[in-house]
Design a protein around this ligand. Structure first.
Ligand code: GLN
Length: 195
């Protein structure tokens, strides 16, 4: 299969690279525009969405990423990555922009500060066993468009995972808990999209 690009500007991209490595799935590090050539999917890691937004502009990646997403490149965002894929943000900074692609409203830092971080097993549509997930200054999805399906919810009903066509966005970090199932799920999305 074509390698999956992992956006390596800021955040926990190393954990994503290691998770795909554990699954034997090829990856490339995306720091420059050339890194986007020939990839079969793209991961936008967790970290700080405002910083990834700024760096994507400084590194000249923003426009190409937006174009590829609109062309159907399978794209997977975790936490800050979900924020960057949202069409609309609540509690973003004044200047913060997203790449968009997911027809959802996402609220940043919806669980409070770093101290309100937690781990939980989450049911995930399309994955047989619950996913062990870390929520770190995590966002939630507060509204979804008609073309968006919910793939993960907390027990209280809050939406923490969505998929719209080839775009997958989750509030949490399976990549920091040794969890591999969501990465396999995304790799399968990339295989069937054959972008
Ligand atoms: N709160 C962070 C943001 O706004 C996201 C946190 C994370 O990715 N763990 O970007």
């Amino acid at each position: 299969m074509k390698p999956i690009g992992v956006l390596c500007l800021q955040g926990d991209f190393r954990e994503h690279l290691l998770t795909f490595k554990a699954l034997g799935i090829p990856t490339v590090r995306v720091r420059k525009e050339e890194g986007l050539i020939g990839i079969g999917g793209l991961v936008i890691p967790g970290g700080e969405s405002t910083v990834i937004d700024k760096l994507s502009k400084i590194f000249g990646l923003r426009d190409s990423i937006i174009k590829l997403i609109s062309q159907g490149l399978p794209t997977f965002g975790t936490c800050a990555g979900l924020i960057l894929l949202a069409e609309k943000l609540v509690d973003g900074t004044q200047t913060q922009q997203t790449f968009g692609g997911l027809n959802v409203v996402v609220q940043r830092n919806a669980f409070g500060s770093q101290l309100d971080s937690f781990e939980e097993d989450v049911d995930f549509v399309g994955i047989d066993t619950p996913v062990h997930a870390a929520f770190i200054r995590a966002p939630i999805v507060t509204e979804i468009g008609a073309d968006v399906s919910v793939v993960a919810k907390l027990e209280d009903g809050r939406i923490v995972g969505v998929q719209q066509g080839n775009i997958l966005g989750i509030s949490f970090h399976p990549e920091v808990t040794g969890e591999t199932a969501v990465h396999r799920y995304f790799a399968d999305m990339c295989k069937s999209a054959n972008f």
